[in-house]
Design a protein around this ligand. Structure first.
Ligand SMILES: Nc1ncnc2c1ncn2[C@@H]1O[C@H](COP(=O)(O)OP(=O)(O)OP(=O)(O)O)[C@@H](O)[C@H]1O
Length: 710
């Protein structure tokens, strides 16, 4: 009875108009209880044929029947527990131990732990597996191959497909594996398809298929093949066949011969000659596939829980055993937050400010303890060296003062950027100020000018310049208030008629850091999740683990859920860590509910994770994924009002950026932190809604992408 039948198999890569034909009207029969050696040069289409047999790929024409079912039908067990597949690449998780790897595959195939333990014992001896606790990445190439073989065998499949299993193994072990396969197929119904480059070892197979350029040139027992071509070895027979394939007349002959045999290949023309546009369906009746047992469906449904558990265990092991992954996950947020809180938005310190006063010959006069600046007698005041008094008012929290003998020297140093600028006082600053206070609007013009403190600032560093301007204004105001107080005059004389009362929200000394912190933390958490997810998924796909797990019968949806759940746990912990860290270490206040913030941050991370998944679905390599993630990061930082108020943007842009994932959520976070609003407030829950909407959009796009690829 046939385990695998391929009829007129036709497969191409590329577009229909310009196809690259890989399987060309190929016929193949693999009997139960036998070994089928599939031989052929590199690139002839062996792996493609195997992937169509296990349901990983679909034929473009022709039919496949595997164990009585059409591969890929839900509940058919193909791909799944009825088939064992050992791919060409190792496709194992490097961070798992040998034992964990065997248990992982056993569990996703739905085996009980006891059964896995028994099987592991047998396979360990047979295949000389490395020590159970050794990590896969620490195994040699040959050891990894043997382990991969064990994983394909763990569940006693009905069909075993081995793509180059003996590459890199020593002759003794190769022989052992062949002996095992011969013995097992003799005593059971197990069917084995094996591809190999060591043509002579295939002598032990019950049947050999010689393949070239997508065509099966011959299919027979090794002895018959050698007799047919009058050779001593299969290799020579293969050589003769390959030479014949190059000769068109001979080809037609082979084709006729094969057509007369029902079960052997019907098309043996090379790809360049044969008419490939319409696959030949011949007159054979279609396959009668077995009805898929509902029992199988039930089994798959009940094993889902165990599968998710196995997948999640694998994900955690993978993450925690990678030092870089663990450090990235735990310490990267802390490092990023620390750098942000230490570097952004704090008050500038250690600035140098030049000072020139025409009132004094030597600045030591200003620091003379006997210096009296205000004389108050007979309801009038006399001022003496008031510039010194202002200089004393300027303490180190404003800037370190550098004193100059001339204004030109102060200017020269400011131009060399040794100071952020300088202030200067006229030689008659005190008298002019006195005149201004005494005579008011009747004071001479010169007095008005000379009573001013001249400030020259380097405006190229705007933040420092604004800081200096604000500080000088505040200091001047304090200074004048003290002077008029000593003169027994009313403060109202020097106070601005504009009074800033207690703020409605926030405080007068709020730092810029408070404004941008929510946005910075949110983008950090989002893109961290994006990068982690994209990296995990792309690595898994590139290493072949994704495909191998799918071939074990696990659905893409189950794998997706397992990853999402793993990441969700990590993201929740990370959000908690972030909030606690900035609260405890940087003493950041939060007037609102911490759980609301953790919730919003976790949602942000979850959304970032789905964005990472979205990237991994549409990008083939890590480089492409990094380009997309970095490309998205900067527009978000710039456009979402995280660093600069939205109100400064043109109106149309303001409307546009409202739909971006960080604009409204960062406002919500600020509303919680600064205003103490709860989640019931529209301006808080809006942020949750926007994040939820983006999460749904990314999820839907991922599903569409994954289904299209499937
Ligand atoms: N996804 C793909 N897209 C386009 N071409 C592909 C794809 N996969 C394989 N091919 C091409 O199809 C041909 C057959 O590839 P396949 O991997 O099936 O060969 P093979 O016989 O298994 O080779 P090897 O023994 O080296 O593994 C090759 O020319 C290969 O370049």
């Amino acid at each position: 009875m046939a385990a695998v039948e391929v009829r007129n198999g036709y497969k191409y890569y590329g577009s229909k108009s310009n196809p690259k034909i890989v399987l060309n009207q190929l016929n193949m029969n693999v009997m139960r209880g036998s070994i089928y050696g599939l031989l052929g040069a590199s690139g002839c289409g062996k792996t493609t044929l195997l992937s169509c047999i296990v349901g990983q790929r679909c034929l473009n024409g022709g039919e496949v029947n595997v164990l009585g079912v059409k591969p890929g039908l839900p509940g058919s067990g193909v791909p799944g527990s009825r088939v064992g597949f050992m791919p060409q690449e190792i496709a194992l998780v490097g961070e798992m131990t040998v034992k964990e790897t065997v248990f992982y595959f056993g569990r996703i195939y739905g085996l009980t732990d006891e059964r896995i333990r028994d099987k592991f014992k047998t396979l360990k001896d047979l295949l000389q597996l490395p020590p159970a606790r050794q990590m896969v990445k620490q195994c040699s190439g040959g050891q990894q191959r043997r382990l991969s073989f064990a994983c394909a065998m763990i569940h006693d499949p009905e069909l075993l497909i081995l793509d180059e299993p003996t590459v890199g193994l020593d002759p003794m072990l190769r022989e052992k594996i062949w002996d095992f396969l011969v013995e097992t197929t003799r005593n059971s119904k197990l069917a084995v398809i094996i591809t190999t480059h060591y043509i002579e070892e295939a002598k032990q197979a019950n049947c050999i298929g010689l393949m070239r350029n997508g065509v099966l040139l011959a299919e027979d027992t090794p002895t018959n093949i050698m007799i047919k071509f009058g050779t001593q070895s299969i290799e020579d027979a293969f050589l003769i066949l390959s030479q014949r394939q190059g000769n068109e007349d001979e080809l037609v002959q082979i084709l006729d011969q094969n057509r007369n045999q029902a079960s052997v290949p019907t098309a043996t023309l090379p790809t360049e000659v044969i008419d490939t546009h319409e696959p030949n369906t011949m007159e054979k009746p279609p396959f009668r596939h077995e009805v898929v047992e509902s029992e199988n469906r039930k089994k798959i449904f009940f094993t889902t829980k165990g599968t998710i558990k196995a997948l999640m265990t694998k994900n955690f092991v993978q993450l925690f055993r990678q030092p870089s992954g663990f450090i990235f996950m735990l310490f990267f947020p802390i490092i990023q937050l620390s750098t942000f809180y230490l570097a952004i938005g704090l008050t500038p310190k250690d600035l140098n400010l030049g000072v020139f006063s025409g009132e004094v010959k030597s600045y030591s006069e200003c620091f003379d303890d006997n210096l009296i600046t205000v004389f108050n007698a007979n309801d009038s005041c006399q001022f003496n060296k008031l510039s010194c008094r202002f200089i004393q008012e300027l303490d180190d929290d404003v800037a370190t003062r550098k004193y100059y003998a001339t204004e030109s020297e102060a200017l020269k140093d400011a131009k060399r950027v040794n100071t952020v600028g300088y202030i200067h006082f006229a030689h008659n600053f005190s008298e002019s100020l006195y005149a201004l206070m005494e005579d008011g609007i009747h004071a001479p013009d010169g007095a008005v000018d000379n009573a001013e403190i001249g400030v020259h600032i380097d405006m190229t560093d705007q933040q420092v310049a604004f800081f200096m301007q604000r500080k000088l204004r505040d200091k001047f105001s304090n200074f004048m208030e003290k002077v008029v107080e000593e003169c027994n005059a009313s403060k109202a004389l020097v106070e601005l008629p504009v009074q800033f009362q207690d703020p409605i929200y926030g405080s007068n000394d709020i730092e810029f850091q408070q404004y941008c912190a929510p946005g910075v933390v949110m983008t950090m958490v989002f893109f961290l999740a994006t990068l982690m997810t994209a990296t995990v998924f792309i690595s898994e796909r590139m290493d072949g683990i994704w495909d191998r797990t799918l071939l074990a019968g696990v659905s893409a949806t189950e794998m997706l859920w397992a990853h999402l759940l793993t990441q969700l746990i990590i993201m929740t912990l990370q959000s908690f860590e972030v909030i606690m860290f900035i609260g405890l270490v940087f003493d950041t206040y939060n007037k609102g509910d911490t759980m609301t913030l953790i919730g919003l941050l976790t949602m942000t991370a979850f959304c970032g994770m789905l964005f990472g998944l979205f990237i991994s679905v549409f990008c083939k390599t890590h480089t492409e994924a990094n380009f997309v993630a970095t490309g998205a990061f900067y527009p978000m930082i710039i456009l979402c009002g995280l660093l600069w108020p939205l109100e400064s943007m043109p109106g149309f842009l303001q409307d546009l950026v409202m739909v971006l994932p960080f604009t409204i959520p960062s406002i919500s976070a600020r509303n919680v932190i600064e205003k103490g609003w709860s989640i019931t407030n529209e301006k808080v829950y809006n942020g949750f809604l926007v994040m939820a909407a983006w999460t749904i959009i990314f999820f839907a796009l991922c599903l569409v992408g994954i289904r299209r690829k499937a």
